[in-house]
Design a protein around this ligand. Structure first.
Ligand code: ARG
Length: 465
């Protein structure tokens, strides 16, 4: 039965129900709606609306429903109710009669939905943080497994300078660390309780909003009732967390897709995360990675969609805001799936270090070293850069590597280049020289890997405590 029946003589049309009902998707907040309702029932005791026995009866009934929800045995769609709030209320009224009809005293679905959805976002942000930690774990393990492996680093997708594969892993580790702190920030900001703000102006009942907030695990109550029921910036922030996180995953996926290509041949992906072609028997396609990249479209779309929905809405609640849920639910689900499959990809990945090393040796990735060598001899960097460029042209014309040019050839370009240039041009030396913090030298990366393992251990301990 509709919650607003008294004012209406006619029934809602079937099409109106279809556009208006949110139960088909907001049933996912059932647990939050029940927890919020239990807290509210206690507030109504404080306000003198319910006696202890009534509260206990309501709570027992709500807990019984929660058990069924958790067991997955509730058929929401069969009820025909408008939304999860009316569904829970209808259940209570069905079981408890008039007592069930008392629970909504002083509460509006406006403060109720804002409370439920904040709780839902908090729960899922915690889940995503957990997924991110697992992915970091897989990434650091993958980094450790490939200790010392050298590969080309790229800019503009041109071989630029050699880097350690571990250094590449640690780059994504930094992004995942920021993705986690972004989630923490989002949770900190959304951690206020709208319950007790009523429809828009506040409630007349002395429910003790501080106490309500504490019971629901919020840091405190929202401070303005109009704001509490009308803003959805917390959903936008969740969508931004998911979008930025997915953007990071898509870049990692793209790197790996390229490394896995026949042209690069840098790595093997496990059979568990690849698929074959129905036509071409030789193919092993990186589908998991392509989907990590491709699913960005819908997740970014959800962020944009809700921004547009919220733009220009007058205070306070408007039904437009019901559109906040489907996109967020899908974004959380897709991001979760991608984080999990990302861990599986990394677990099963192995780098072909002969191929990466060979590629790092080609493509004149040591041209910067030649310039730096000349700088060491007192040549201004701009001049040194120019001479090194000429050396590359010379080597290219002969079809050889830079270090294969003779001293005579080098000296025809600049008299200061001597025999001692060759050790500078060796791959290991090129890597080892990048020994300032943040650089790719073996020493720096070994230390960084150690520090990051410790960081991850602390992170794991902080979420399990
Ligand atoms: N299903 C609604 C939503 O998700 C609940 C709030 C309804 N409030 C109202 N005044 N009609 O936004």
């Amino acid at each position: 039965m509709a919650l607003w029946g008294g004012r209406f003589a006619g029934d809602a049309s079937a099409m109106f129900k279809q556009v208006n009902d949110s139960l088909p998707f907001d049933y996912v907040m059932a647990a939050e709606d029940i927890t919020g309702s239990i807290a509210w029932s206690k507030g109504l005791v404080r306000a003198g609306v319910l006696n202890d026995q009534e509260q206990q009866d309501l709570e027992a009934c709500l807990r019984a429903l929660l058990e069924q929800v958790e067991a997955g045995s509730v058929d929401f769609s069969a009820s025909g109710e408008e939304d999860i709030h009316s569904f829970v209320e209808a259940y209570l009224t069905d079981k408890l009669g008039d007592l069930g009809r008392k629970l909504h005293t002083g509460r509006s679905r406006n403060d109720q939905v804002a409370t439920d959805f904040r709780l839902w976002c908090k729960r899922h942000l915690a889940g995503l943080k957990h997924d991110l930690i697992n992915l970091m774990d897989a990434l650091l393990k993958c980094a450790s497994r490939h200790d010392g492996v050298i590969m080309p680093g790229y800019t503009h997708l041109q071989r630029a300078q050699p880097v350690l594969f571990t250094h590449w892993c640690l780059a994504y580790n930094e992004m995942l660390k920021r993705d986690i702190t972004r989630i923490d920030d989002c949770v900190n900001r959304l951690n206020q309780s709208p319950l007790g703000c009523g429809a828009l102006a506040g409630t007349t009942f002395a429910v003790d909003r501080e106490q309500l907030a504490a019971e629901l695990g919020f840091a405190g109550p929202c401070l303005n009732s109009l704001d509490a029921v009308s803003d959805r910036d917390f959903v936008l922030e969740l969508l931004f967390c998911a979008s930025t996180g997915m953007m990071h995953l898509s870049r990692m996926a793209e790197d790996l897709i390229f490394y896995n290509s026949g042209e690069a041949g840098f790595l093997q992906l496990s059979d568990a995360v690849t698929s074959g072609s129905s036509l071409m028997p030789q193919k092993k396609n990186p589908d998991a990675l392509e989907l990590m990249r491709g699913k960005c479209g819908r997740v970014f779309g959800h962020l944009q969609g809700l921004l547009v929905t919220m733009k220009g809405l007058p205070l306070a609640y408007n039904k437009d805001m019901q559109e906040d849920k489907e996109g967020a639910i899908d974004a959380v689900n897709q991001y979760h799936i991608c984080l999990c499959i990302g861990s599986e990809v990394l677990d099963g990945l192995s780098v072909n270090q002969d191929a990466t090393r060979k590629a790092a040796q080609q493509g004149y990735a040591n041209a910067t070293e030649l310039a730096d060598y000349l700088v060491g001899k007192g040549v201004p960097f701009r001049t040194a850069h120019d001479i090194s460029g000429q050396a590359v042209v010379r080597a290219l014309a002969k079809g050889v590597a830079l270090e294969e040019l003779s001293v005579d050839e080098f000296q025809s370009l600049h008299p200061q280049i001597q025999d001692d240039v060759y050790p500078w041009l060796e791959l290991e030396a090129v890597v080892s020289k990048r020994n300032q913090p943040g650089g790719t030298s073996h020493a720096m990366v070994t230390q960084a890997l150690y520090v990051e393992h410790e960081y991850l251990d602390k992170l794991k301990a902080s979420v399990s405590s």
